[in-house]
Design a binder for this molecule. Sequence first.
Ligand SMILES: Nc1nc2c(ncn2[C@@H]2O[C@H](COP(=O)(O)OP(=O)(O)OP(=O)(O)O)[C@@H](O)[C@H]2O)c(=O)[nH]1
Ligand SMILES: [Mg+2]
Length: 226
Amino acid sequence: MAGDVKRIPDSEQEKYDSDEQVKIICLGDSAVGKSKLMERFLMDGYRPQQLSTYALTLYKYNTTINGKPVLVDFWDTAGQERFQSMHPSYYHKAHACVMVFDVQRKITYKNLSSWYKELREYRPEIPCLVVANKIDADMRVTQKSFNFAKKQGLPFYFVSAADGTNVVKVFKDAINMALSYKKNSSDFMDVVMRELENFDLEAKEDSGGDDEEEEEEEEEEEGKAA
Ligand SMILES: Nc1nc2c(ncn2[C@@H]2O[C@H](COP(=O)(O)OP(=O)(O)OP(=O)(O)O)[C@@H](O)[C@H]2O)c(=O)[nH]1
Ligand SMILES: [Mg+2]
């Protein structure tokens, strides 16, 4: 299913090929706090650009990394009531993913495996950060172990969009990982695409779900509270 996000023309995403632009997507169930996290990180400095046709908001962020200006586009979708497949355009050319769940709603943690599976169908190798949001509601959750990230070998963060805990850390890490992925990309399709572009050929197909898929295991339970 194509979900709410309709096809976005490839021409609108060509900018992400340039060295100084990265695209970071955000995944997770509705109301886990994706938008609040981005807004918290960007505070006054952001310029949300509503693309209502696509059920998308782009948050643009300018920063300097190693003395070079970098433009980051954070992609945020709205109104996914429950898990629903995203259109491939959402994943297209993404360089990193921030995957969010709500520590107060266990189902949002369980659904991470579905989000992750879909992400890997389109972007087999981009860095993915797992974020446990809303820890301000009950700090004791930070004593629990949420093993999904560890099992998949992904970085994990306890955060709160409400009080700001770890928010800057997550997004700074995401930007750095996105840039380093871009520099050292071993994603086969990306390499091929770049070569083709150097030869001025027109071949801008999506990187479709073709690669080594990590087989998901049964949903796991959270570890016990200490
Ligand atoms: N206590 C607490 N509430 C939060 C936090 N982050 C978000 N919320 C609340 O959770 C609700 C949903 O937040 P959103 O940022 O809109 O969630 P979303 O993931 O963007 O949801 P969709 O756009 O529907 O996919 C809002 O009422 C927020 O105020 C947090 O860190 N702590
Ligand atoms: Mg939102």
